[in-house]
Design a protein. Structure first.
Length: 194
């Protein structure tokens, strides 16, 4: 009888399985952002709490794009270092779902009231250090003047430089800006007033 009880207890113990906790695949949400303006940085993933992750390993045949909204799972790669140094961690993406498509550089005409939301405008602000960004109607499209001193820079809405202006009588002013009429200031630096 002791052997039977021992056998039943052993069989019962072996038959019990511990519950496996199911991990939600692709449970983290983030936005892909282009940080190419910073030394050594490229595309990083910004989490909802503001942390930045550097996706150094992607699933096969996957290419991230600026402004994509994604859900993903990842493994932190503690032994991987990057020269970007802006990210909280370098990661390997183990699961990826694209929730909202991003944009590629110069993807069509941009109509915006916030130049920091547009990658090429953000880079132009860093490059030219303007006091104002002025938006002009250009037919069915828009043009943007990055007003700085001593030079200002006029761009198409696709991010292509049209011309540089230094005064009210140069070619850029006469051929373009005087034809557009009054523009609208969409961004103004501190200490600058109309």
């Amino acid at each position: 009888m002791k052997k039977l009880i021992l056998f039943l207890m052993l069989a019962l113990a072996l038959a019990c399985k511990t519950k496996q906790v199911l991990v939600n695949e692709c449970a983290t949400t983030g936005t892909v952002k282009n940080f190419a303006g910073l030394d050594g940085c490229q595309l990083l993933i910004e989490l909802q709490n503001g942390d930045l992750l550097n996706p150094v390993k992607l699933p096969p045949k996957v290419a991230l794009k600026d402004k994509q909204t994604i859900s993903f799972s990842y493994k932190v790669l503690p032994d991987v270092m990057s020269i970007c140094m802006t990210e909280k961690a370098s990661i390997e993406i183990t699961c990826l779902n694209i929730l909202e498509e991003g944009i590629t550089a110069l993807n069509g005409c941009v109509d915006t009231k916030n130049p920091f939301e547009v990658d090429w405008m953000d880079k132009a602000i860093d490059l030219h250090n303007p006091n104002q960004v002025i938006k002009y109607k250009d037919g069915a499209k828009w043009a943007y003047l990055f007003r700085a001193f001593p030079s200002s820079y006029l761009y198409t809405c696709e991010g292509k430089l049209i011309c540089e202006t230094k005064n009210d009588h140069d070619t850029c002013q006469l051929n373009y800006l005087s034809q557009y009429g009054r523009g609208k200031i969409i961004w103004q630096g501190e200490g600058v007033w109309d």
